[in-house]
Design a protein around this ligand. Structure first.
Ligand code: UDP
Length: 338
């Protein structure tokens, strides 16, 4: 199989490519604006080109025609960016990806597209179901929702192309995937990264850990290897089982409040070989979301997936529990940055 991965150097693109090269005979055609993760993966089946999906459109069209499956993974996926630069999110996550979706529809190439757990927003369901749960966002003045709304419309466009113009597709929804190389520490220094990298950076630099609005919000953190195992099965698509499906990929057993997450991470960090003799550790403090993110932020208090579909359809189940997942992520960051 020939697979085109746009955003191949991102968190998911890197881990997915590593697994593909190690466990399959597929050829990967990849584009990214950066190569800081992917550069360690020397392999004759990895054909990497440095480029920008908003600029290198001819290369993309040529490779969509050439490949069997397309994964457009380029997107801004950090809440801080949704409120600071919503138009950038719209241009990149929505417009640039829409262009790619249309090309897949034109050449009838299978698209495996990253939807997001964020599309469920503030849905009232206790566990989000791909085919039944309502997708709920807040008012327009809460600019956080531009990412959710953009992704939701792309999901609907892909669905419509699938139903009306025979575009082969699968949508997958990652629920807070974590692991080595999640975000760069530089981004975390500016306070713009996802929560687990943010807390690791605070622990490494002995800065305060901030609990937004007290940290009662819950998330189900999913270890990257579990996510990638599900994705490989989706890409293999035995008996076309994943065609026209939306699939949550998350670990409902790893549901934890952000406050408990902070204490657990500090505890794991303080027992690490390199830090067990440290004299002091980051303080854990509360902060108002208006101060941390600004007025146009709105939080999501419950985000738990139903993974019944993934279990049945893919014969897959997550295996890495929360403590192990955090240990692996913290170890990797310490090894990389210290
Ligand atoms: N959060 C926090 N402190 C931080 C960063 C994030 O309390 O330093 C909270 C944030 O308000 C949200 C949760 O942690 O409720 C997860 O944030 P993340 O950026 O990982 O993205 P999300 O899961 O909301 O997409």
């Amino acid at each position: 199989m020939k697979i085109l991965i746009l955003g191949v150097n991102g968190f998911i693109g890197y881990h997915l490519t590593k697994e593909i090269l190690a466990t399959t005979d597929w050829e990967v055609y990849g584009m990214d604006i950066d190569d800081n993760r992917i550069n360690e993966l020397e392999n004759s089946r990895l054909h990497f080109v440095e480029g920008d999906i908003e600029i290198n459109k001819e290369w993309i069209e040529y490779n969509i025609k050439k490949c069997d499956t397309v994964m457009p993974l380029v997107a801004i996926a950090t809440p801080k960016m949704y409120v600071e630069n919503p138009l950038r999110v719209f241009h990149l996550d929505f417009e640039a990806n829409l262009d790619i979706i249309k090309k897949c529809a034109k050449y009838k190439k299978r698209i495996v597209f990253p939807s997001t757990s964020e599309v469920y927003g503030i849905s009232p369901d206790a566990e989000f179901d791909e085919d039944k749960s309502p997708l709920c966002t807040g008012p327009i003045n809460k600019e956080r929702w531009i990412y959710s709304a953009s992704k939701q419309l792309l999901d609907r466009v892909i669905w419509a192309y699938g139903n009306h113009e025979n575009l082969p597709f699968t949508l997958f929804r990652p629920f807070n995937w974590i692991g080595p190389k999640l975000d760069s520490i530089e981004i975390a220094k500016e306070g713009s990264s996802r929560v687990v990298t943010q807390f690791i950076a605070s622990l490494l630099f002995k800065k305060p850990i901030y609990l937004v609005d007290g940290g009662k919000q819950m998330r189900c953190f999913t270890y990257i290897s579990d996510g990638i195992a599900a994705l490989i099965k989706i890409l293999k698509n035995e008996n076309n089982i994943c065609n026209k499906q939306i699939i949550n990929i998350g670990n409902p057993k790893n549901n934890i409040s952000i406050k408990d997450l902070a204490y657990l991470m500090r505890d794991i960090f303080s027992k690490h070989e390199k830090h067990k003799n440290d004299k002091e550790f980051s303080q854990i403090m509360e902060i108002d979301s208006k101060e941390f993110y600004g007025e146009s932020y709105q939080d999501i208090y419950n985000r738990k997936p139903s993974i019944e579909k993934a279990k049945k359809m893919l014969n897959w189940e997550p295996t890495v529990d929360l403590e192990e997942a955090l240990k692996l992520a913290i170890d990797a960051f310490i090894n990389e940055y210290e």
